[in-house]
Design a protein around this ligand. Structure first.
Ligand code: NAP
Length: 506
């Protein structure tokens, strides 16, 4: 069964979904497809999706190139109006989108609603940007001369996204790209093509003109590489693993493309002896085991003053024991599955490494419950007595594994927190305002929380990380539009004579 885009029918035969190129839903030229499965129950096939090829991707790039001149010429407030309509549509369909997300990606329904809401929030923020997009108008150093700067779009933006925020992250990228006048070729993760399709359906309904938004599902190799290597895609925005990000940066670097990278993390929470331990326990559990530890901002290291380490570990373990694993649409479930069997295997490998480095306090196994046997479940896991440079405390696991690292004092805590090659998110629990300000100043991270966990970014501030978490670009906030615009500085001389800057004004 094939649908136009298409909606999930009430049938046992999985729907076959299509690519979206130049405003039309089309089959891939090779006619090959792949399945998307429910990670909570792999017997549930969500649909079949086109395994897009280099030829399909080239067509999508051509469509985006063709649409660019008229989209660029569309007044930015008008582009914003279409984005407002998209935000409204997302709001109207929020529950349907969230439920589809839980089915395909696994996060529990409350978190899936939050993911959709992030998409809505960034769409509204960027729609407003259509009436701002500020440049500078400054006094000239010469008389009768005007000096100003404006932003202009770059061209076709290649948008390559992961599965863990399957609606929020594509929106974080596509909204600033589109409102600033770029057109888009969107390649979603092969684990969440249905979420991407639902999003693009609503974009089409909102009225983005044909060719401004193109969706090509398929592998990183066939679709991703073609986008990255194309001379007709001058800007790439990628979120995913550090390994893929580095290879994209190398290849795109050969063509001097602009590349925005949002990569891995190993986010730490510092807990000092004066902290409210109950609040810290709440914040850590939410950050470590929410989305089954698969957030880029997930907390996977707790750096705790030795004086309160045992107390904190006990509280964490007691509470972690009560978390209910299961299908995210079922009532009372706290923790959903991992994204795929490969992730279960990877988390299991790290647990083995952890056994040799510290003490396993709780968890450590794929969930054995017969009811969960067809899903990719792994129980919330805590290790204590980990040293700052142990592998389990250093490498990104991307699963529900928390390492507790005891230290002597605040100075040692700052050193340990900063001793990672990543720098996305960090937090501190303390009641001392002076210590909190030192942490805000000295933590090497793009996002810092005080008396909250490591997750919970809002869309109107810049989002991104230091060190190997990225390459200096930011998503969200006004900062997001930097990635998708070129600056143009303009001088208008209305003196009627030759005036030479730096010479005639001496
Ligand atoms: P991934 O394996 O790197 O994949 C990300 C995307 O890149 C997918 O669409 C993938 O396609 C594509 N891809 C793979 N190989 C490619 C290639 N050679 N050229 C172009 N594209 C290619 O990452 P993931 O497992 O989906 O996501 C998890 C990672 O994302 C974690 O490391 C996490 O920390 C990071 N993340 C970071 C942030 C942040 O803001 N810093 C936010 C969320 C997630 P296929 O799916 O078809 O392979």
């Amino acid at each position: 069964m094939t649908s136009t885009s298409g909606p999930t029918p009430a049938s046992d035969v999985p729907t076959t979904f299509r690519l979206f190129i130049a405003g039309a839903w089309v089959d891939g030229v090779a006619g090959e497809t792949f399945e998307s499965l429910n990670p909570a129950d792999r017997r549930d096939v969500i649909g079949r999706f086109q395994a897009g090829s280099a030829a399909d991707t080239a067509m999508a790039i051509k469509a985006a190139e063709t649409a660019f001149p008229s989209w660029r010429a569309t007044p930015a407030p008008k582009r914003g109006e279409i984005m407002y309509r998209f935000a409204e549509l997302m709001g109207r369909h929020k529950e349907r989108l969230a439920r589809a997300m839980t089915r395909e990606m696994g996060k529990v329904i409350a978190e899936a609603r939050g993911d959709v809401q992030e998409g809505i929030d960034i769409a509204y923020l960027m729609a407003g940007e259509g009436r701002r997009m500020f440049g500078d108008t400054v006094p000239s150093e010469l008389p009768d001369k005007w000096a100003m700067s404006i932003r202009q779009p770059i061209g076709v933006a290649g948008i390559i996204t992961p599965w863990n925020f399957p609606m929020a992250i594509p929106c974080w990228k596509m909204m600033p790209a589109l409102v600033t006048g770029n057109t888009v070729v969107f390649k979603p993760s092969s684990d969440t093509p249905h979420c991407a399709t639902l999003l693009v359906e609503l974009m089409a309904e909102a009225g983005f003109p044909p060719g401004t938004v193109n969706l090509v599902t398929g592998s990183g190799e066939a679709v991703g590489n073609t986008i990255v290597d194309s001379p007709d895609v001058p800007v790439i925005s990628f979120t995913g693993s550090s390994a893929t990000g580095k290879s994209i940066a190398e290849r795109a670097g050969r063509r001097l493309k602009r590349v925005s990278l949002e990569l891995g993390g190993k986010n730490g929470v510092v807990v000092l002896r004066d902290a409210d331990l109950e609040l810290a326990t709440d914040g850590i559990l939410w950050s470590a085991f929410g989305t089954t530890g698969q957030r880029c901002t997930a907390c996977s290291r707790v750096i705790v003053e030795r004086a309160v380490a045992d107390d904190l570990v006990k509280r964490l373990a007691d509470r972690a024991k009560t978390l209910k694993l299961g299908y995210g649409l079922d009532a009372g479930v706290d923790v959903g599955p991992l994204i795929n069997p490969g992730a279960v295997e990877k988390v299991g490998r790290y647990v083995e490494i952890g056994r040799g480095e510290g003490e396993l306090v709780i968890g450590g196994t794929a969930a054995g419950d017969a009811a969960l046997a067809h899903g990719n479940f792994f129980s919330p896991t805590i290790f204590s007595g980990i040293k700052p440079m142990d592998r389990i405390g250093q490498e990104e696991i991307f699963g529900p594994v928390l390492s507790v690292i005891p230290v002597d004092d605040f100075d040692a805590a700052i050193t340990a927190l900063n001793q990672t090659r990543y720098g996305l998110s960090a937090s501190i629990f303390t009641r001392d305002v002076n210590t909190a300000f030192r942490a805000m100043r000295d933590f090497e991270a793009g996002i810092v929380y005080v008396n909250a966990g490591t997750t919970g970014a809002e869309t109107h501030l810049p989002f991104g990380g230091w060190k190997e978490t990225g390459n200096g670009h930011r998503e969200a906030g006004h900062a997001a539009i930097e990635t998708y615009t070129e600056w143009k500085s303009i001088y208008v001389d209305f003196s009627g004579r030759l005036q030479r800057a730096q010479i005639d004004n001496q």
